[in-house]
Each structure stands twice: as structure tokens, then as C-alpha cells.
Design a protein around this ligand. Structure first.
Ligand SMILES: *Cc1c(COP(=O)(O)O)cnc(C)c1O
Length: 338
């Protein structure tokens, strides 16, 4: 038995999800004729109280489309220095949008309205034109940390006042909603665009959605085509998304409990310097000099446990749908022995 904590993207479709996929009605989505995709886009936009949605192959694509739609070349995007849009999308902001980035040092990936306000460029020909603020909730590099919704509202107010677009990278927004007992509609009201992933904690094989106003999504559809993301009979994967939205959200609480149980065992180890606060399904811990992250990952492998060295001294474990109670017990046992 391999216990795979490298990412919550490693999940495989369950028999029930596969059955939903097999039964999907499909058509050519580039012609707008795939009933399953149309249904998924409608369900998601209704959940968030937003006007429209577009189904895409990845969260990187939904983020990059959003940034492209919200900016012009030479504009500047404000985000936390650890943001996925900056760190893990291949320099896509520059490549796709020709925009520059203003990085802020947040608190475990979370920035404040005060920081945003101070980072907006003055209206001066020497300066880049600030046009977009992008938040990430939960924050990946922040160890699955969640925003305080009051802060989001304050940032929204700054964006409104300063005429900036406001985007959310909500790859793991579902985890935040469950952990903080919040609703999709709150988020739909706060942001101009939201990117959500179905292939992370919700257990789908592929797929992300971008949500926004009708005019924005119309533009996004054009950009998706330009980026090569127009799909044909993709209703088979949209059906997995429908199944996930209907069945796999509430169970995320279980992943959060598992993550806290594992973190408690990790905290006791003398080779561990620090465990980032565990709010959702991600555990990031920092090691003392006695052992490197890659050495510890190699040791865990002897127990059939897979983790990920995210830096020379930090290891990340991500809990997900395919992690059972039994696997968690085995993991705790392994850490006790290490
Ligand atoms: C995984 C992830 C994405 C999207 O990744 P894809 O692999 O392109 O689907 C975006 N943002 C965050 C924070 C992520 O963790």
C-alpha cells in the first residue's frame, strides 16, 4: 500500500464517479454543444451567484486566462510572493499577459488591504499601471492557510475605490469554505473572477472552472481558444466535476481532521523545527539542520509514504480523498518510529 501525500492531485476517480462519467451526454463544446459542460458551468455559477463560468483543462489555465482578461501589457498585478500565479505557472503572467508583478510578503500567503493600498503605483508615466489584485485561498505555500473573510472585504473595498480588478485563485477554495464555514455566494459577491479546481481535493481526474460576469466569460472563451484550451467532447470530464460538486465537498472536513492528526505526530519529533499552522488539508513542516527535506522524504519512502521536499528544509504532505483512516494510522505509526 502506497500512501501518497505528494499532492491532492493524485486521486483517482471512484467507481461512482466513473459511472457518472460513462453516462455523460456529450457534444462539441467549442460549438457550445456539450450538455454536460453547459450543465456544470451553470451549476458552478449558480453556486457562487455569479453570472457565468467556463470549464478549462487546468487551474493554471483558468488563472492565466483571468489575468489576461483583466490586464494590458505593461500593467502590474499585485499578489503575495508565494502565490501560485507567480511561483508555479512558468512565468505565465509575463509570457501570456506581458504584465509585471508586485510581490507582497504576506502572513502564510495572506496579504492585507493595507499592504495592497500601499503597493498601488501612483498615476505617473514612469510607473507600471496597477490593474489587478490576485489572492489565493487556501494558500498552497502558506500551508493551506485560509483568509479571514473580513480582510477580503477590505481588499475588495480598496479595489473598488482604486478601480482594480479582483481575482481569486481558489484552487482549494472548497477547503477554506469547509474549514471556515463560509459559502460560495460570499465569494461570488466579493470577486470579479474566481478560479476553482475540481482535480484537487474534490477528486476529479481533470478540470477547473473560471467564474465571472457574462462579458468577462465571453472574453475568457476567446482567450481559452487562443491558449489552445478549447475542448471538444469534454463532457465526460465535466460529468466527473458535476459528481464532485454534488458529493465530495462536505467530506473535506475528514481530510482536515486527518491532517491535524498527522501534524500532531510530526510536532513531537525532535528533528522538526516548526509545523506551519494546519487549517485545512496541507501539512508543511520545517526540519532542524540534522536532516534535510530530501533525506526525510527518502526515509518516509521506506514506510511506503510519499511526501514532497518543497525546499531544502521543508516537507509538504497533502491529505486527500484517497487517504483512508488506516493510512493515517500507519503514517502516525511511522513518524513515531522515525
Ligand atoms: C494546483 C494549483 C493551481 C492549478 O494547478 P493546475 O495543476 O494547473 O490545475 C492553481 N493555484 C493553486 C494555489 C494551486 O495549488
Amino acid at each position: 500500500m502506497i500512501i501518497d501525500y505528494r499532492s491532492d492531485t493524485v486521486t483517482k476517480p471512484t467507481p461512482a464517479m466513473l459511472e457518472a462519467m460513462m453516462k455523460a451526454k456529450v457534444g462539441d463544446d467549442v460549438f457550445g454543444e456539450d450538455p454536460s459542460i453547459n450543465e456544470l458551468e451553470k451549476l458552478a455559477s449558480d453556486m457562487f451567484g455569479m453570472e457565468a463560468a467556463i470549464f478549462c483543462p487546468s487551474g493554471t489555465m483558468t488563472n492565466q486566462i483571468a489575468i489576461k482578461c483583466h490586464t494590458q501589457p505593461g500593467d502590474e498585478v499585485i499578489c503575495d510572493e508565494s502565490s501560485h500565479v507567480y511561483q508555479y505557472e512558468g512565468g505565465g503572467i509575463a509570457f501570456n499577459s506581458g504584465a509585471s508583478v508586485k510581490l507582497l510578503l504576506g502572513n502564510f500567503g495572506r496579504i492585507t488591504a493595507e499592504q495592497v493600498l500601499a503597493a498601488i503605483q501612483p498615476d505617473d508615466a514612469h510607473r507600471a499601471h496597477t490593474s489587478l489584485v490576485s489572492l489565493e485561498n487556501t494558500s498552497n505555500r502558506g500551508g493551506g492557510s485560509c483568509y479571514d473573510f473580513e480582510e477580503i472585504k477590505k481588499i475588495q473595498a480598496v479595489c473598488k475605490e482604486k478601480n482594480l480588478a479582483f481575482h481569486l485563485d481558489g484552487a482549494r477554495l472548497w477547503n477554506a469554505l469547509i474549514a471556515k464555514n463560509e459559502t460560495p455566494k460570499q465569494y461570488g459577491e466579493a470577486f470579479d473572477s474566481i478560479s476553482i479546481c475540481l482535480s484537487k481535493s474534490l477528486g476529479c481526474p481533470v478540470g477547473s472552472l473560471l467564474l465571472g460576469k457574462k462579458t468577462f466569460i465571453k472574453k475568457a472563451r476567446r482567450i481559452r481558444k487562443v491558449f489552445g484550451g478549447g475542448m471538444r467532447q469534454a463532457g465526460f470530464i465535466a460529468a466527473a466535476g458535476m459528481y464532485a460538486l454534488q458529493n465530495n465537498i462536505q467530506r473535506l472536513a475528514e481530510d482536515h481532521t486527518h491532517a491535524k492528526q498527522i501534524a500532531a505526530a510530526i510536532e513531537k519529533k525532535e528533528f522538526v523545527q516548526l509545523v506551519l499552522p494546519v487549517e485545512t488539508n496541507i501539512i508543511i513542516f520545517e526540519l532542524h539542520n540534522s536532516i534535510s527535506a530530501s533525506e526525510l522524504v527518502a526515509k518516509l519512502k521506506n514506510y511506503s509514504i510519499l511526501g514532497y521536499a518543497i525546499s531544502p528544509n521543508r516537507v509538504r504532505l497533502v491529505v486527500h480523498l484517497d487517504i483512508s483512516n488506516e493510512m493515517v494510522a500507519k503514517t502516525i505509526e511511522a513518524f513515531n518510529q522515525l
